[in-house]
Design a protein around this ligand. Sequence first.
Ligand code: ATP
Ligand code: MG
Length: 149
Amino acid sequence: EVVNTNDYLDMIVNDFQLSLDSESIKIYKNITVNKEISIDKFYFTTAILNILENAVKYGKEGLEIHISAKIKHNFTISIKDNGIGIPKKQQPFLFDKFYRVGNKEVHNVKGLGLGLYYTHQIIKAHKGNIFVESEENVGSTFTIKIPLK
Ligand code: ATP
Ligand code: MG
């Protein structure tokens, strides 16, 4: 299904913002792309929402989420939070089925450890890649890249 990158991301981010019951979460958008791309809209949206939901679930007081998107050789979307972060040692396992980080901040939050597993599967089905950069107590950035053709 062909979507306009700008309209599509605007729609996801607006819907997500409306679904939050906290008004203290700040969401910033920097989308400098306006192009038609082909995605499976239902699945791709699920992938993005899993990342946004995690940013909220593993966020802290004063949560800010920055969403940016650009197109060069790929369509690149970055979602950055200033939440609890993920220890370096656990980062390689984040996309494994049922994986959750074993610290107490995470155990206080419900989850199955499936969100990022599905997200990774969906991005792979789009012939893309997903990466994480994260630092404990600083925050995390998830970056998705999908080829334009
Ligand atoms: P589910 O998504 O199935 O409800 P979940 O959120 O635990 O459960 P994933 O979304 O796959 O599972 O995330 C895996 C683990 O990665 C989480 O349990 C958490 O430890 C860590 N994690 C994911 N996103 C973040 C984030 N933005 N900040 C800090 N930790 C994160
Ligand atoms: Mg999750």
